[in-house]
Design a protein around this ligand. Sequence first.
Ligand code: ADP
Ligand code: ZN
Length: 605
Amino acid sequence: MTSPALDLLQSVFGYSSFRGQQQAVVEHLSEGGDALVLMPTGGGKSLCYQVPALLRQGTGIVVSPLIALMQDQVDALREAGVAAAFLNSSLAAAEQREVERQLEAGELNLLYVAPERLLTGRFLAQLERTEVALFAIDEAHCVSQWGHDFRPEYRELAILQQRFPQVPRIALTATADPRTREEIVERLSLQNARQFVSSFDRPNIGYRVGLRHNAKRQLGEFLLGHQGESGIVYCLSRRKVDDTTAWLAESGVEALPYHAGLDAATRAKNQKRFLREDGVVMVATVAFGMGIDKPDVRFVAHLDLPRSIEGYYQETGRAGRDGLPAEAWMIYGLSDVVTMSQMIAQSESADERKRVERQKLESLLAYAEATDCRRQLLLGAFGESYPGPCGHCDNCIAPPKTWDATVPAQKALSAVYRSGQRFGSGHVIDILRGEETERVRSLGHHQLSTFGVGADMDEKQWRSVFRQLLAAGLLEADAEGYGTLRLTAASRGVLSGGQSVKLREDARPERAARRRRDSKLVTGGGSLGIEAYEQDMWDALRAVRTQLAKQQGVPPYVVFHDATLLAMLRALPTTEDELATISGVGEAKLKRYGRDFLAVINAQE
Ligand code: ADP
Ligand code: ZN
C-alpha cells in the first residue's frame, strides 16, 4: 500500500512503515481533525505532527516548553532536509527577525516556539498573516495544575481555537493518568478532538529489582553488562551522587555528576557531554532528566527507592527511546523503607496529602517486593491491564521462591507489641533471637514471652521479614524519625491467625549473581548484542558517526540512530541503493552521509 504519508515517511525520514497509531493520527490530522495523543516516551509522537505538517499547506507551529530541546529537534529535521526553525529567547535579535521573515514568506515547514512567545499579540498577529498548517502542543500535561510540570502559560493556549478555528490542533503527552487527560481536554478546548490512547508498555525495557547489600559492588557488576553504553544512575542525595561519580570514575567508567548543588555552567556542560558523547554515564538526582530525549540511553539504574511508581516509570522511561533493548535496574533496602515513611510522616503536608503519599509509597514497595511479573504490576498502576507474564523482567525470567512466613510474622508483630512499640528492628530482632544484650537486660526484655522464640532464624532472615512486613503495611515506622516500629490496623488479621503471610526468599548475592550469569539477564556484547567478530565494524561505524556529528555540531544520534547503525552492521550495504533500504536512511541523509559510511564498510569488508 502506498499513500502520500507513507511516501513522505520513506523519503524524508527513511522509515518503511508507521508505528502503532501514528498512521491513524497522521490521516486524521491531515484531513483537518483535532487530536489528543497519549503515547509513552519513545512511542514516536513527533512524527504524528511532523508528517501532517509536511503534507498540509503552510507552516506547522509546534509549542514546546523545553527551549533546550528545540535546537536538537530542529537540527534533526534539517538533517532530514526539512525547512525547520525555532523562535525563543536564545536567539539574537537579528536571527529572530530572519526566522520571522521566513515564516511570513511561507518558507518554513515547521516552526518551534515557546508558549510565552506564541501568546504575544505581535506573534499571533503575524500568524494571522501566514498560512498555518497545524498547531502541535507538545508536553500537553503542562496545563495540569496538579502535575510536576505545570506551566501557567499553557492554560492560555485555548486562545488558539478562538483565533484560528480552521486550523487543526494536536496535543501530545506521555502522561498516562486519566485525570490529567481530562484536564488537557478541558483547558485546551479539545472536546471535539479524537483521542488516540496507546498502550504505555515499553516492551524493549527489561525491569530488574534487587536488594542492596553493597551498592558499589552491585552497580559495578551491573555495569559490566553495559560497557561503553550511555546510562543514568539515580541517587537520592547530592552527596551520594558525588560519591558514586568519584567511585565510578576511579573504576574507569566515564561518569559525570548532575544535581541542583552544582552551578548552572557545570550542569550544562555535563548534560552536553552526556548528549554528545557515546558511552557517558550520568549520575544524578531527580533534578536530571526532564526534557532529555537522547534516544540511546541503554540503562537507568536506581540506587535508592524513587518517590512513586509514576516517578519511577518516568525515570526508567528515559531508557531505550529508540526501541532497542534497554534495562531498568533498581536496588533498595530496609533503610529506604524506613527513611521514606519518616519523610512522609515528618512532612508539613496536610493529613490528606500524607495519606496519598503513604499510598504511593505502598504501591511502590509492592512493586519492589513483587513476586509476579513486574510489567503487569507497573501497567496495572496506570489502569492498563497487561495479559503477562512478560518473560522479560527478573521475576518472569527467574521466578523468586516464596515461603509461608505466617508464624515468623506473628512472632515479629508480637515482639513489637510486647516491647511497647517503642523500638527499631535491630532491638526487636535481638529479642526474637534471644540475644542478651545490655539493652535487652536493662529493659527487662529477656523476660518477655517472645524472648528467644525466633532463635531458629538468623539476623539476616529476620531483617528480610521486617522489611517485607513494612512494605506490606503490616508494620509502620514512627513519625518522629527514630526508626521505631508500630503495628497497623492490618496487623491484627495476622496476629489473630486469620491471615497468612507469604514472603519472598531473598536470594543470596552470590547465588543471584550466578543465576544472572546463567540466564538471559546478562548478555554478552552489552545491550545490543554486538558479537565479538562485529566489534571492529561497530566501532568504526560509531567513529565515523561521531566525526560527522562533530563537524555539524550536533549529537551523534542526529546523524543516525543506533538502530540505523545496527541495521547497517547487520546488512553491510555496499552500494547507495542498498544503503537507501536501511531504516532511518532518508534521501537527504543518504546524499550527505552515504559516501562516508559506505567507505567504512567497504574498507573493512
Ligand atoms: P516520543 O516523542 O514519543 O518520545 P519520538 O518521536 O522522539 O518519541 O520517537 C522515538 C524514536 O522512535 C525516534 O528515534 C524516532 O525516530 C523513532 N521512530 C518514530 N516513529 C518511527 C517509525 N515509524 N519507524 C521507525 N522509527 C520510528
Ligand atoms: Zn514480567
